[in-house]
Design a protein around this ligand. Structure first.
Ligand code: 13P
Length: 271
């Protein structure tokens, strides 16, 4: 039995007063829901504020990115020990936005962002290794662009991202990772991936882990779906056997909608 996870990725939203208000509201409404792990990933600047608001609850704190070095002359970067000292237990790694892979139709802006952010399969792998060494659970993201889906490359892209992410990791290390399938074209667009198709790709991720590591590890690893998860579509997604929860952007920015997602995941996966 894999315990479901509902993780809120706040992206670049919420200053400290807003973060305090939102985290407190979620803690109040969802603090005692059983059967679903809840993770909140605010921006770096709000980590300690959110940690305070969540203290005494089972809701866990996560960051949205990290650098692999422990400390040093890396202006603007944040290390694993720094995240731990803020109370983080999780860290999102390799989100498509950090890889500079956006669904935006503005190609010039996307090309610019690719240079500014620019995570690669190699940097994602290094960050995962570093996160695990600091006892942070990586939430490792992958997913195809619309153009890749339209040209039949979805499976190759996703399989390749997963294989590259776990390169050089032991079975024990892989078993501690949470994966998230986030088709880029579904992120922030309101266009959710069909539940059975998301389930199919997540099964492919599990098969990839089974081939690269072991059946046992593949069966125990949690794999989330992300991309326009909302109260209106969460039920169909959570009913899928391979989907172990959600990584949620927009709908995690309102306490009511995020808590509804948590309740549905807990209810469906309990049965
Ligand atoms: P949305 O839920 O806003 O589509 O964002 C998904 C996402 O990118 C979560 O990491």
């Amino acid at each position: 039995m894999r315990t479901p996870i509902m993780a809120g990725n706040w992206k670049m939203n919420c200053d400290n007063p807003q973060a305090e208000q939102l985290a407190s509201a979620i803690a109040e409404q969802a603090g005692d829901i059983e059967g679903c792990e809840v993770i909140i990933c605010p921006p770096f600047t709000a980590l300690t504020t959110v940690a305070d608001a969540l203290s005494g609850t089972d809701i866990a704190l996560g960051a949205q990115n990290m650098f692999w070095e422990e400390k040093g002359a890396y202006t603007g970067e944040i290390s694993g020990p720094m995240l731990r000292s803020c109370g983080c237990e999780y860290v999102i790694i390799g989100h498509s936005e950090r890889r500079g892979r956006f669904g935006s139709p503005d190609e010039d802006f996307t090309a610019e962002l690719q240079k500014v952010f620019g995570d690669t399969d190699a940097s994602v792998n290094r960050k995962i290794k570093a996160a695990l060494s600091y006892d942070l659970t990586p939430i490792v993201c992958g997913g195809e662009l619309l153009a890749e889906r339209q040209t039949g490359q979805t499976d190759t892209v996703v399989k390749g991202q997963v294989e590259a992410a776990i390169e050089g990791l032991s079975a024990d290390q892989v078993s501690r990772i949470v994966f998230a399938y986030e088709p880029v074209w579904a992120i922030g667009t309101g266009e959710v991936c069909e539940a059975d198709e998301a389930n199919r790709v997540i099964r492919l991720i599990r098969q990839t882990l089974a081939e690269a590591v072991s059946e046992e590890v593949a069966a125990q690893v949690r794999i989330l779906y992300g991309g326009s998860v909302k109260p209106a579509n969460v039920r169909g997604l959570m009913e899928q056997s391979e989907i172990d929860g959600g990584l949620v952007g927009g709908a995690a920015l309102q306490a009511d909608s995020f808590c509804e997602l948590i309740e549905v995941a807990a209810e469906i996966k309990r049965n």
